[in-house]
Design a protein around this ligand. Structure first.
Ligand code: MLT
Length: 260
């Protein structure tokens, strides 16, 4: 499905009925990363999975796209669908977006799920690295980022070739313009750590023990700072924890949803 919101064509899927559950993907990924959550939760929830602006099948716009802008797109899509408040789950960059959403639209949240993400801003060196990567993508295309990111998505011990190919498939549709916008937007994102104590909805912080992108200590720190947050660190799971260890992830999410 597609909807034009904030002047941009956003692709999304919507399935099932019940408490709305919105899943926001990471970088440079797309909504297909949540296929195993859609399958598991659509029987009891209205599950909405957007492709962020410029990624997956959504339209790209030039220039940096801030986390706030992505959050506004998600909010506008929910308004368009007449949905809310929602349980919002965000993976990695999608987690940055979920935190921006929690700050801007707290009344639209029923619960928050922060998946393999972090609250801090980029260091100046990391931000400079993102801008250099954006220039490389401009010159050579998205494969620069796909080749760098794909090997970091799963537990290094995971030898499942089909799963590794699927991960590259999740990155394939993202347009260079959208990848550049996301890199520049992430480089300028604010430090969200001071917002965490002000999150007053039930929160689940969940990550993979073998995440090669962010150490579990990032999730521990967020869970510690958000009042009443629950922490789950899943074994044998890398950065793309919800896909790689979908059964364990879905069990933890279902249990938490049942309790909130
Ligand atoms: C992601 O998976 O969304 C990215 O690794 C996030 C980032 O690069 O900071």
């Amino acid at each position: 499905m597609q909807a034009t919101v904030n002047g941009v064509r956003i692709a999304f899927a919507e399935q099932g009925s019940g408490t709305p559950l919105v899943f926001v993907h990471g970088f440079p990924l797309c909504r297909a990363t949540w296929s195993k959550q859609v399958a598991a939760f659509k029987a009891q929830h209205r599950v909405i999975t957007p492709d962020l602006r410029g990624l997956g099948e959504s339209e790209a716009t030039p220039g940096p796209v801030t986390m706030q802008r992505y959050a506004e797109d998600v909010h506008a899509l929910l308004q368009h669908l007449g949905v809310g408040p929602v349980v919002l789950a965000g993976h990695s960059m999608g987690g940055y977006v979920a935190l921006a959403f929690a700050k801007a639209f707290p009344q639209m949240l029923k619960g928050l799920v922060l998946v393999a993400t972090r609250a801090g801003a980029d260091t100046p060196e990391a931000a400079a690295g993102r801008r250099a990567t954006a220039a490389q993508v401009q010159a050579q295309g998205s494969s620069v980022v796909v080749d760098a990111m794909a090997p970091k998505m799963l537990d290094p011990a995971n030898t499942d070739r089909q799963m590794r190919e699927a991960v590259r498939g999740f990155m394939a549709p993202s347009k260079p313009e959208g990848v550049i916008s996301a890199l520049l937007g992430m480089a300028e994102r604010p430090d969200a750590r001071s917002w965490l104590p002000h999150i007053h909805v039930p929160t689940l912080v969940i990550t993979g023990a073998e995440d090669a992108v962010f150490p579990a200590s990032e999730s521990e720190a967020m869970a510690h700072a958000i009042p009443g947050a629950r922490l789950a660190i899943l074994p044998h799971a890398g950065h793309l924890v919800a896909y790689e260890q979908a059964d364990a992830f879905n069990r933890a999410l279902a249990q938490w949803l049942h309790e909130i």
